[in-house]
Design a protein around this ligand. Sequence first.
Ligand code: FES
Length: 99
Amino acid sequence: MEEFPKPPFERILFVCCNEREPGEDACANRGSAELQKKLKDYMKSKDLKGRCRISRAMCLGQCAVGPNVCVYPENVWYHHVTEKDLGEIQRRWIDSMCS
Ligand code: FES
């Protein structure tokens, strides 16, 4: 293997989109796919494609408290994320890349 000479992205937001059977603890069962799409659309609207990614993740190991989002390289994690939290996430992690 070869190491990238520099990280290909400045920031990645991983949104757990793991699915399980209905009624089981899983972020996708609580609407995380819609959260991921909204964050991605917002990031694209800010013309950050190529610098930032909003990635769909498999299980992040915190299923009981999902939907979960984690931000790298800062290693900041959010749990119980709802649509009303997206504004704060967008401001802190996406808008801050535009200045
Ligand atoms: S299903 Fe999302 S953290 Fe496990």
